[in-house]
Structures are given as structure tokens and as C-alpha cells.
Design a protein around this ligand. Structure first.
Ligand SMILES: Cc1cc2nc3c(=O)[nH]c(=O)nc-3n(C[C@H](O)[C@H](O)[C@H](O)COP(=O)(O)OP(=O)(O)OC[C@H]3O[C@@H](n4cnc5c(N)ncnc54)[C@H](O)[C@@H]3O)c2cc1C
Length: 618
């Protein structure tokens, strides 16, 4: 460790679980004294997944069996004396919803087993908990919020209602004004490695006033202001069809360069803008999609597509949609936690030992990777053998019906009953890598001093740094005073700009798993040091805990390997066949859910696909 690392606080004791070359190593075993791993006040330390820090999401130990299976590993397995009416593979929102809907619509007494390879349920919808000086701090490990809830499909609205979620309460629970005393709060952080000097500019995208001192050429400043504020029609004189042709054949970046005349500095500025919502940078983000999403450069031009206005309705739990997953789990396994409302779920303490009790109608078996699904004796009307690996041991349970709510791209390696042509379509489900890190800081005076609520960092490792949701619900209170600790959110997409999108996802996934916690940590500390240091922030003193949520298999998009076209949006898919529809056809007693089945990474889609899969099997 050099003096720079010491200053950043890299020497501070904090759980670091590194994963190098397939081996999990615990490098430091203790964490900061005031941060506990468990919310159990006394007694033995229980494994409590949401309270774990370090590498989470795809944590070490969760993915190795699946990767070995894809690489051709064969597993010995012992048959258990367990038969279920339904086995669900995947405890993400889709798998949990499938189990819930099966009990509701098919048989309330059905015996259901849900398998998931992670040590926690929820899939992307994971919860991060921190505790400091006896106070609980919550955040989202992945899925951020319930978006456009007014236009959820009816089947998803129904589930949301039955879970007791009233999405109309957004303004009641969201402290929109908590930062008002410290300024508008949106800033841009220019880093010296990308732009030549570190500089904090007030305002994020349409920020003409604050560019004066920014490390950009005068020409780039003018271009940025033009791009974000004026209404130039860069395709003036073209017909609607010609405009559409341009937008359908260029990336956003290419379009901005070729038609809007933007230079390198502006292209660097916008490169990461689409990454959080679409998991891809401007170099491979289609211009038509940028147009559809209202990104700058199109001045309301008509390209002949029908569009529906964006529905602004939304609801944010403090832990994102982990609360939706927790509400589903509490319905499925009532003994797991007390309470019955959307408020009490926020602080409800979950007893993970209840998840897989023999007497449960629904059992949730974590750390269990499904490696084979096969109808017995090749009879597609008969029972299905489900093989899973838990630790190093293989087990087989039998099921009358199975719903696969895991990654569709794994199906070719686990499901021999599915016709080869269908498996080839399933293999086209490309999932994007996304990383959402969280840091608990001891107070937020530096953010108040500098007027930073949300920072856009176009060149930095973490392109977004901001407060997590300012939401108070039930017994949970958000930190509205700068004296209080708060959880900050950091966003990072490992990608390989220049390659087609699906190849970038593959390369990014590899990068994500090969990067050690130490590197994620050092980047986080260094970025905060440079950005917040002038406001009084000391990373060694002020960071209490860090959790890095890796999602190597994030948003699912089907793609066409011949053309490299990605099905970003079903409505605008130009090919006759839809791989995700061909891939989701029921085979005997196995049906296919998860959002892969709709090439649309949204919570409501995961629920809708669960509903479809359950009803197909009825
Ligand atoms: C970082 C991030 C932020 C997001 N933000 C939002 C948002 O704000 N709003 C929104 O609506 N959507 C958001 N999404 C998308 C949304 O989370 C998903 O569309 C939805 O939750 C997906 O649910 P799922 O059950 O289909 O898949 P997943 O959540 O991926 O769950 C599938 C589960 O199956 C498990 N599994 C896979 N294979 C196996 C196997 N062989 N054996 C056992 N288990 C297996 C996986 O490990 C996983 O736990 C976000 C996604 C990510 C990654």
C-alpha cells in the first residue's frame, strides 16, 4: 500500500471478498467496528444476506456451478424423496411471482420449491442493509424503482395491488425538498484523465452558465450548449423516410458526429449517458432509440414511428424493488417475517432459516443452481426431474410442473427436452452487465457544502454518484440532516466500446467478474476524495462501509447474431421472427418465464411473463 492508498483509507478494515481465478478469498475478516454483519443483537452470528457488504449481487460462490455447467461439467446427483407440484428455477421477481400466481390461480395448497443460485432471493431486486451506531440504513442492490406504474400491464397491477402496494403514495414518502437549502443539487464532475483537469460544474446537461471554467475547448462548450438547448433540425430537407433511414443505420454517437457536427469532447461527454437506462454507451446506442427516448439532437423530428408519451408515475421503496420481492416472499412463506403492510415490510426482519422448512407450502432453497431439467423417461406428459447443485453436492427432486425463471441463455446447457431450434432462439437472450455500488458515509456535510445531490461524471469509473432514495416509510427514516450518515449510490457499466452491443455485454461480463473488490473500492474512494475533498470529505475517515453489487446478467435483450441487431424495444423490432417468443414456448410440463421471455428488463414484465407461464401450464 502506498501513501496515496493510506490517505484514501484503503488500509481501513472492511470486508473484502476477492475473487481471483475461480478462488474466493477472504482478505480482511473484520469490518468497521460500528458496522455489523447482522441485525441479530445477541446470540450467534446468523448469515443475513442483505446485511453482507463487499462483493454482492453475483457474489463469489453464486455463479461457478452455472459457468462450469456451460463449460460442459457433468454432475453426480442423489435423488431426494421430494416431489413438488411446481418447481420454479430462479427466485427473481419473475420466479417469486410465478409461485405466488400459481397459488392464487391454480392451487392454493400446491407444494412449490423455488431454487436460486444466490444466497439471497430477489434476482436483480436485492436489498443492501447497513447498520451504524445502532441505526439501520437501506439501499437498493439492483432494481431501483417501480417505473411508469400507471401503465403496468393489468396482471402486474393486480399482483402489486394484492401485495398491498399503493403506488399513489409516492409524494407522501419521498422527501423531494431535503436538499433545497443547499442548492439545486445537480452537478457535472469533469475528471482530469478524460478532460485534462478536475472540475465541478453546477448543472448536469443543459448547464450553459456553469461551463465557464470547465476543461473544454470554447468550441466544445458552444457545441454542448447548442446540443442541449437549441432546436436545430440536423436533418433539415430530408423526408420522414430518409430521416428514419439515417436514424436506423447510425448509432447516437455517429449521428451526433456526422449530422450534428459534434466534436470529440462532446462525444466523450455523452458516451455514457444511455448506460444506466439501456446498459450501452452512445457508440452502440441506436440513434432511433436516442430519438425515441428524448435524448438531445433531434428537436422533435418526425421519423414515422408511433410513440406513446412516457408515463411519469413511479414508486420508490428505500430498498428499491427488493421490497416487492420481500412482499412476495412474505406471502409465500408467512413465517419468514411479521407484518402485513407496504410500510412494515421496509423494516421487517426476515428470518432466512424459515425459507426452506419442510412444512412450508412454498420452500425457497437458496445457493442451489439448477443444472438439468428433464421429463422422466422422455414422456412430455410426465413428471420432470430437476437436478440442482448445492455446495458441491448434486440433488434431484421431481416436479409435476416446472417454470424456468432463470437466464434463457443457459437453457441449451440444462434442458435437453427443448427442441434444438428453440434452444438456439433461447441462446439469443443476451444479458448486459451492470454494477451498482453503495457506500455508507458518516455524514453528508461535504455534499451540502458543495451543493451536490447528484453528480454526472462523464469520464469517471463511476459515471453517476448520488444520494439514494430520500424515502421515509413506516419506522424507516431517511437522513434529512447533513449530520446524519447516508448511503450514496454509484453506477458503473463495464463495456468494450467499438464492438457490437452483444459482444460488449460479453466482454463487460468477463471484466466485471475479473475485477477485484479492491479495484472497485479504490476507484470509489478516489472519486469521492477528488470530488468531495474540497467540501471537507476525507475518504479514510468518512466511509463506513462499501457494497459492490455486480449484475453480470442484467437487462435481457434478444439479438440477431447475423446482423447484430439488438431487440431494445419489441415494438420497433424489424425482423419477422422474435427469438424471445420462439424461445418461450412451453415444452411438456416446462414453461418459461423471466423477463428474457419478453426482451424487456422491467419489473412489470417479469411479473407478466410469470403470469403467462403459470397459465400456459394450467
Ligand atoms: C442494476 C439493475 C437495475 C434495474 N432497475 C430497474 C428499475 O428501476 N425498474 C424496473 O422495473 N426494472 C429494473 N431493472 C430490471 C428488473 O430488475 C428486471 O427486469 C426484473 O427484476 C427481472 O426479474 P427476473 O426474475 O426476470 O430476472 P432476475 O432478476 O435476473 O432473476 C432470475 C434469477 O434466477 C436465477 N437463476 C438463473 N439461472 C439459475 C439456475 N440455473 N439455477 C438457479 N437459479 C438461477 C438468477 O441468479 C436470478 O436470481 C433493473 C435491473 C438491474 C440489473
Amino acid at each position: 500500500m502506498d501513501s496515496c492508498d493510506k490517505r484514501l483509507g484503503m488500509g481501513r478494515e472492511i470486508t473484502r471478498r476477492d475473487f481471483v481465478g475461480g478462488v474466493s478469498m477472504v482478505i480482511g475478516t473484520s469490518i468497521l467496528p460500528a458496522c455489523t454483519r447482522t441485525r441479530e443483537p445477541e446470540g450467534p452470528i446468523m448469515h443475513y444476506p442483505p446485511g453482507e457488504t463487499g462483493l454482492r449481487g453475483s457474489h463469489p460462490g453464486s455463479f461457478e456451478v452455472a459457468h462450469a455447467t456451460v463449460d460442459g461439467a457433468q454432475w453426480a446427483a442423489e435423488k431426494l424423496d421430494e416431489h413438488y407440484d411446481l418447481v420454479v428455477v430462479g427466485a427473481g421477481i419473475s420466479g417469486l411471482a410465478a409461485a405466488y400466481i400459481h397459488h392464487r390461480d391454480v392451487n392454493p395448497n400446491a407444494r412449490i420449491l423455488i431454487l436460486d443460485n444466490h444466497d439471497d432471493f430477489g434476482g436483480h431486486a436485492k436489498r443492501n442493509e447497513f447498520e451504524l451506531d445502532g441505526r439501520l440504513f437501506l439501499s437498493y442492490g439492483g432494481t431501483t424503482f417501480m417505473e411508469s406504474t400507471d401503465t403496468y400491464p393489468e396482471v402486474a397491477k393486480q399482483v402489486v395491488k394484492e401485495l398491498g402496494i399503493d403506488t399513489g403514495r409516492h409524494s407522501e414518502v419521498w422527501h423531494d425538498d431535503f436538499f433545497d437549502p443547499y442548492g439545486p443539487g445537480n452537478v457535472t464532475w469533469f475528471d482530469k484523465e478524460t478532460f485534462g483537469a478536475d472540475y465541478l460544474a453546477k448543472g448536469q446537461y443543459g448547464f450553459a452558465d456553469s461551463l465557464d471554467g470547465a476543461p473544454l475547448s470554447e468550441e466544445a462548450k458552444e457545441q454542448l450548449i447548442q446540443l442541449f438547448t437549441d432546436e436545430t433540425d440536423y436533418l433539415d430537407g430530408m423526408t420522414t423516410d430518409e430521416r428514419r433511414e439515417v436514424l436506423e443505420t447510425h448509432s447516437w454517437s455517429e449521428y451526433l458526429e456526422k449530422y450534428a457536427g459534434m466534436g470529440d469532447e462532446v462525444l466523450k461527454f455523452v458516451q455514457k449517458m444511455p448506460e444506466a437506462a439501456w446498459a450501452i454507451g452512445a457508440d452502440a446506442y441506436p440513434a432511433w432509440l436516442a430519438w425515441r427516448n428524448g435524448n438531445p439532437g433531434f428537436a422533435g423530428m418526425d421519423i414515422g414511428y408511433d410513440t406513446t408519451p412516457y408515463d411519469e408515475s413511479a414508486f420508490y421503496f428505500p430498498d428499491g424493488n427488493a421490497s416487492v420481492a420481500r412482499l412476495l416472499v412474505r406471502k409465500l412463506v408467512p413465517t419468514v417475517a411479521p407484518g402485513n403492510t407496504m410500510d412494515d415490510i421496509v423494516t421487517a426482519k426476515f428470518d432466512y432459516s424459515q425459507l426452506d422448512q419442510p412444512e412450508n407450502l412454498a420452500r425457497i432453497r437458496l445457493s442451489s443452481t439448477a443444472v438439468r431439467l428433464q421429463h422422466q423417461a422422455g414422456n412430455l406428459d410426465g413428471d420432470v426431474d430437476v437436478t440442482y447443485i448445492d455446495g458441491n453436492k448434486g440433488h434431484i427432486v421431481t416436479a409435476s410442473k416446472v417454470i424456468w425463471a432463470g437466464y434463457h441463455s443457459m437453457l441449451p446447457y440444462v434442458c435437453p427436452d427443448v427442441p434444438k431450434t428453440q434452444l438456439a432462439e433461447a441462446a439469443k437472450a443476451a444479458r448486459s452487465p451492470l454494477l451498482s455500488a453503495k457506500a455508507l458515509i458518516r455524514n453528508w456535510h461535504s455534499m451540502a457544502n458543495l451543493g451536490i445531490r447528484s453528480a454526472w461524471c462523464p469520464g469517471s469509473f463511476y459515471q453517476v454518484v448520488r444520494f439514494t432514495h430520500p424515502v421515509s416509510m413506516g419506522d424507516y427514516k431517511f437522513s434529512t440532516s447533513p449530520d446524519e450518515p447516508v448511503v450514496l449510490h454509484f453506477w458503473h457499466n463495464p463495456l468494450e466500446p467499438g464492438l457490437p452491443a452483444a459482444d460488449q455485454f460479453k466482454a463487460g461480463r468477463r471484466q466485471m467478474l475479473e475485477t477485484s473488490f479492491e479495484i472497485y473500492e479504490r476507484n470509489l474512494r478516489e472519486q469521492l476524495d477528488r470530488m468531495l475533498g474540497p467540501g471537507g470529505f476525507d475518504p479514510a475517515r468518512d466511509i463506513a462501509a462499501i457494497t459492490v453489487n455486480r449484475h453480470p446478467h442484467g437487462y435481457s435483450y434478444s439479438y440477431d447474431p447475423e446482423t447484430n441487431d439488438v431487440a431494445w424495444w419489441e415494438e420497433y423490432w424489424r425482423h419477422d421472427r422474435k427469438p424471445w417468443v420462439d424461445a418461450r414456448q412451453r415444452v411438456g410440463n416446462i414453461a418459461f418465464a423471466a423477463h428474457d421471455a419478453a426482451t424487456d428488463a422491467m419489473t412489470e414484465t417479469a411479473i407478466e411473463q410469470a403470469h403467462r407461464a403459470v397459465h400456459e401450464l394450467m
